[in-house]
Every structure is written in structure tokens, then in C-alpha cells.
Design a binder for this molecule. Structure first.
Ligand code: NAD
Length: 474
């Protein structure tokens, strides 16, 4: 772990970092106890209150963020491999995520330098202004599916806002957070401003969210964990930002370009083995084109190359762990019991070289209604449920009939309909004739049980600041 400028290793309660592609142990990970959390808060408090950080001129702070971006780019191969051996995503996707993380630091360097305070037109013999100040110490608690990007999306704006950060990476993928922290120290980030505390949610995460010195929590992960964290934050009266789960509807109308739509659907669910919060896991298809779309989907799913994540041309690696695969299998079993028809996948791949990894074939299921377990629960695996629809009103009702509200996708040639349905969907993101297109400049977050708050964009910095109204008599 990293506390201040101290790299601490210990065998007590250490965790194995496991490669899901073959079951081998990558390394042992030191975990942070409540005492370590306390030490990290002390280091962060000292560093965050020092003139050298809180009051650092914005362009100087921006230079450090820019150098972190450069450092990530310079170490991109190493970082991509580190992520790949812990969460099993194919190397090309890991590389793209490293590039995205570097761009995030670059973007928030620019925001840090340009975003200022506000002075509205005077309404009397006084001047009022809004100044934005950091909370002091904020916690970033992250999941395993995309640690490079998720951590950058929290750390870069929190630092730009002038805070110190305690990062609690997922126990499954702690290594890239540690590697980026090393890069950040080399880039001139004052020690104590970024501390990395690997460990379980129950011990390390729990100690962080209860610590009186932690003044804000930015969390990405499962909805139930988010609810638990929000309960603690409510008692402590500290703000939280929550990026949670999803069960995103993906919709194909009968006038859509079916080739483009099916490509979008396949990438939208199977990229990253379906382990994406925005995975388009419920596909609604207009009944007129249902048979054609199902055939295209089955052909595409069966042709997807599931392979070792660093194999040339691999399109899908393993899922991130063996227990996770068992959970996916049990949900597919529930689909069978509830009358679903498995049109593709529903099995582990047969190739001998993949036998010791947590692989699972891309799976297409039909014949279920919107209330079946596989259609309601977030599976977080390569499983697509396909449902027919007849009219737009019923479609919108079904698409919104979920506890989640993260993302959605619409494929149609009718722009009026696209606009109408986009406005009717209860989701924080709507993609029209595209899917999973993401920009750091556009706020990201969920409706309903998919979250509270919006990351990314210029306003992403404001998540990590509190405003102060200042009045002068004139
Ligand atoms: P998770 O909720 O199990 O864990 C996320 C993090 O929370 C981990 O670091 C974990 O150790 C920590 N944690 C667990 N219990 C805690 C507690 N009581 N106090 C403090 N920290 C605690 O999620 P996961 O399995 O790592 O990730 C998968 C989930 O993340 C999926 O539901 C997925 O949809 C969601 N996710 C959401 C987004 C988004 O932007 N909305 C992005 C990626 C993943």
C-alpha cells in the first residue's frame, strides 16, 4: 500500500491477486487495516492542508496532472498488462483504457487551469461571489471491471479540485492503482495527496467510510454496496457520489440499419465479457425483424473469438474470477428453468488451452419476459436477453420497468422517434445509432438505482468541491 511516501508491505491479511485467464497467482497484496487507514488520513490531512497543495496555483497543479498523464502514457504497456492479468480483459481493450485514463488526467489539468469562481451581476450595494473549495480528504472506492478508467475519473478531478485522495481499489484489481500512484509521485505530486489502500470492502472500505477525517466518498460499484455506503454517509452527513449497476435496454426498431445495430449490440454486451456497468444486456427488438436479428446475433456470438486475453485477435477474455463465473452460470440456469431458450453459448468454451481460466461463451437467450431473473438482475457477464416488442408505448414501458437507469441504446432511421424515445427513457445515458461511445467532456451517471451524481465533464470537478458564498459591501 502507499501511505504518504511510504510503500508498506506486510503478510498480515495479505490477499492473492489471481490471473483469471489461468488461475495462477500474480502476486500477494498487502491490505490496509483500520490503523493503516488512520495513518493515511493523517498523511493526507497534513499534505492537503499544506499551502503547497490546497493553495497551489492552479496552473502549477495542472502541470502535475499533465505530467501524470505523460507518465501513464510512458508506462502504457506495463499498465495495460497489469490490468489484463488481474481482470482478464483483452489486451487491446486494456490498452485503450490506459489511453483513456491518460486523457482524463490531461482533461482535468485543463479544467483545473481554466475553471474559476463566479461573480454574478450585482443586485445592490454589494458584490457577491461563489468560491469553490476542496472538501479536504475524499475517498475513491472502485470496482474491478475497469480500474484504469474508473480510478482516473475520480482521482484526476478530485486532485484538480484541491483534495487529498484515499484510493481503495477493488481487492480483485489493486495493482494499477498502486502503479499509477508511483507515477504520480514521480510526476511531483506531493506525498500524502494520493494514498492507496488495498483491501476488502468489509475491513478497509468500511474503515475508510467511517473515518471522521474522510469528508466525501466517491464510489463506483454494485448497487447494494452503494446503498450500504450511502447509509453510513447519511449518518455522518457527508456527501457521496454513487456510480452503480445497470441493466441497460438496447432497442432495435424495424427501420434500423440491422448490420450496424447488431454490431452495436454485440459490442455493447460482449466487449469486456459483459463486465461493463453500461452493458446493453436487455435487447428489445421489433417483432417484424426479430427472427432476422436473432439469426444475426447467434451467428455473431458463435463467431466471437474467446481466447487468452493477450492472444492475437482475441475478442473476449475470461470473466474476472471463478466465483463470478459460477454466479453467471447460476443465472443462466435460472433462465433455463424459467422457460428461456439459449440460442448461443450458455457453456464454458471447449478449448483445452482455456480450461484453467474463468472463460464463458457469449450467450444469447430468448423466450423470457421482462420479469425473469436473467432479465431483471445485473449479470455482469456475457449474457444477452432478447425480448420482442410491438408498439412504442409498450416498449418504453418495458424498457423503463427496471430498478436501474444507467444507459440505453436506440437504433432507428426515424429521428423524430429517436428523439421521442430518448426523452422517454429513464436513463442517464442514451445512445442513438451508436453504443458505448463515451467522452470525458460529457457528464456520466445513472437515474434511479444506478446512482447519484455525475462524473466527468467540467462539472466533474464540482463533485469534489463545496461552494462558499462571499459578500462584500460596496
Ligand atoms: P462491489 O460493490 O462489490 O465493490 C466495489 C468496491 O466497493 C470494491 O472496492 C469493494 O471492496 C468496495 N466495498 C465493498 N463493500 C464495501 C463497504 N461496506 N464499504 C466500503 N467499500 C466497500 O462491486 P464490484 O463487484 O467490484 O463491481 C461490479 C459492480 O460495479 C457492478 O454492479 C457494476 O455495474 C458496477 N459498476 C458501475 C459503474 C458505473 O459507472 N455506474 C462502473 C463500473 C462498475
Amino acid at each position: 500500500m502507499l501511505i504518504g511516501d511510504q510503500w508498506i508491505t506486510s503478510d498480515t491479511d495479505a490477499l492473492d491477486s489471481v490471473n483469471p485467464a489461468n488461475g495462477s497467482i500474480n502476486c500477494r497484496i498487502t491490505t490496509a487495516s483500520a490503523a493503516h487507514v488512520d495513518a493515511a488520513v493523517s498523511a493526507a490531512r497534513e499534505a492537503a492542508s499544506a499551502k503547497s497543495w490546497r493553495d497551489m496555483l492552479p496552473h502549477v497543479r495542472a502541470q502535475i496532472l499533465g505530467r501524470i498523464s505523460d507518465g501513464i502514457r510512458a508506462h502504457s504497456d506495463e499498465l495495460a498488462r497489469l490490468q489484463m492479468i488481474e481482470n482478464g480483459k483483452v489486451l487491446s481493450e486494456c490498452k485503450a483504457q490506459v489511453a483513456s485514463a491518460a486523457s482524463t488526467y490531461r482533461y482535468y489539468a485543463a479544467v483545473c487551469e481554466t475553471l474559476g469562481s463566479e461573480i454574478p451581476p450585482s443586485r445592490g450595494d454589494y458584490l457577491s461571489m461563489t468560491a469553490y473549495e476542496p472538501y479536504g480528504i475524499v475517498a475513491a472506492i472502485t470496482p474491478w471491471n475497469s480500474p484504469m478508467t474508473m480510478e482516473a475519473q475520480k482521482i484526476a478531478p478530485a486532485l484538480a479540485a484541491g483534495n487529498a485522495v484515499l484510493l481503495k481499489p477493488s481487492e480483485v484489481t489493486p495493482s494499477v492503482g498502486l502503479a499509477v500512484a508511483r507515477i504520480a509521485l514521480e510526476a511531483g505530486l506531493p506525498p500524502g495527496i494520493l494514498n492507496v489502500l488495498p483491501g476488502s470492502g468489509a475491513v478497509t472500505g468500511n474503515a475508510i467510510i467511517h473515518h471522521a477525517g474522510v469528508r466525501m466518498v466517491s464510489f463506483t460499484g454494485g448497487t447494494q454496496t452503494g446503498r450500504n455506503i450511502a447509509t453510513v454517509a447519511a449518518q455522518r452527513l457527508i456527501p457521496v457520489a454513487l456510480e452503480l449497476g445497470g441493466k441497460s435496454p438496447h432497442i432495435i426498431f424495424d427501420d434500423a440499419n440491422l448490420d450496424a445495430a447488431v454490431n452495436g449490440v454485440v459490442d455493447g454486451i460482449f466487449e469486456g465479457s459483459g463486465q461493463s456497468c453500461v452493458a446493453g444486456s436487455r435487447l428489445f427488438v421489433h417483432r417484424k425483424v426479430l427472427d432476422r436479428v436473432l439469426q444475426m446475433l447467434v451467428d455473431r456470438a458463435n463467431a466471437l473469438r474467446v481466447d487468452l486475453p493477450d492472444a492475437q485477435g482475441a475478442q473476449m477474455g475470461p470473466v474476472a474470477g471463478f466465483r463470478h463465473r459460477e454466479r453467471i452460470e447460476s443465472i443462466v440456469e435460472s433462465a433455463r428453468r424459467e422457460g428461456g431458450e439459449i440460442l448461443a453459448g450458455g457453456v464454458r468454451p471447449g478449448e483445452e488451452r482455456l480450461a484453467s481460466g474463468a472463460f464463458y461463451r457469449p450467450t444469447v437467450i430468448t423466450g423470457l419476459d421482462n420479469h425473469a431473473t436473467a432479465v431483471r438482475e445485473e449479470i455482469f457477464g456475457p449474457v444477452l436477453c432478447v425480448l420482442p416488442f410491438d408498439d412504442e408505448e409498450d416498449l418504453v414501458f418495458q424498457a423503463n420497468d427496471t430498478a436501474f437507469g444507467l444507459a440505453s441504446g436506440i437504433w432507428t432511421a426515424n429521428y423524430q422517434r429517436a428523439w421521442r424515445v430518448a426523452r422517454a427513457l429513464e436513463a442517464g445515458l442514451v445512445w442513438i445509432n451508436t453504443y458505448k461511445q463515451l467522452s470525458i467532456a460529457t457528464p456520466f451517471g445513472g437515474f434511479k438505482e444506478s446512482g447519484i451524481g455525475r462524473e466527468k465533464g467540467v462539472t466533474g470537478v464540482r463533485l469534489y468541491q463545496q461552494s462558499k458564498g462571499i459578500y462584500w459591501s460596496m
